[in-house]
Design a protein around this ligand. Structure first.
Ligand SMILES: [Zn+2]
Length: 177
């Protein structure tokens, strides 16, 4: 059982919002304030494989998160490791409010797919999401680490956790308003 399957207990302090089947969570090793991710409450390997009965709820949440971040922070980049190089083997879609892009790095290891299939990297802003086929070796948490470098944040996750509590509280206050 992975940590996201136990979110209700293990991540209870960082859950920003919950619906019937999903949690919106503030990243515990955040890259910026407002770095959120979305997870299903049930175990699921990646979002592309998720049953379509959840899509309406899932897509409504994505819209809600993007609207919140646009309003309070910046238009977020969305990214997901679709089974490949996951740090936790449970679907999680990141929302990173930033104007920075890591597309040039992604293009060194992956090529866009016309028809999405697993394994994949998902990357882009809402309305401009692309699925990539990974053709070179990448390390676990590749997208997260690449953004850490780009944003000049500590590569070691534990060092990023120092900011998590304060940022999480700020976000929760704004979300609950
Ligand atoms: Zn799980």
């Amino acid at each position: 059982m992975d940590i996201f399957c136990q979110a209700e207990t293990v991540l209870k302090d960082v859950i920003i919002h919950r619906t019937d089947n999903f949690f919106v969570v503030h990243d515990g090793f955040p890259l910026v304030e407002g770095h959120l991710f979305l997870i299903p409450k049930f175990h699921q390997d990646c979002f592309l494989n998720m049953h379509k009965k959840y899509l309406r709820e899932y897509e409504a949440l994505i819209k809600m998160i993007v609207a919140f971040l646009r309003d309070q922070y910046q238009d977020p980049v969305l990214f997901e490791h679709g089974i490949i190089a996951q740090t936790i083997p449970h679907a999680h879609l990141h929302f990173l409010p930033t104007s920075k892009s890591i597309l040039n790095v992604i293009k060194q290891v992956a090529i866009p797919m016309r028809k999405p299939k697993t394994p994949y990297l998902l990357y882009g802003k809402q309305g401009k999401i692309t699925y990539y086929n990974v053709v070179n070796q990448i390390e676990p948490g590749f997208l997260h680490k690449t953004f850490a470098e780009t944003l000049r944040r500590p590569i070691i996750a534990k060092e990023r956790a120092i900011d998590a509590k304060k940022w999480m509280k700020n976000v929760k206050d704004k979300w609950d308003k």
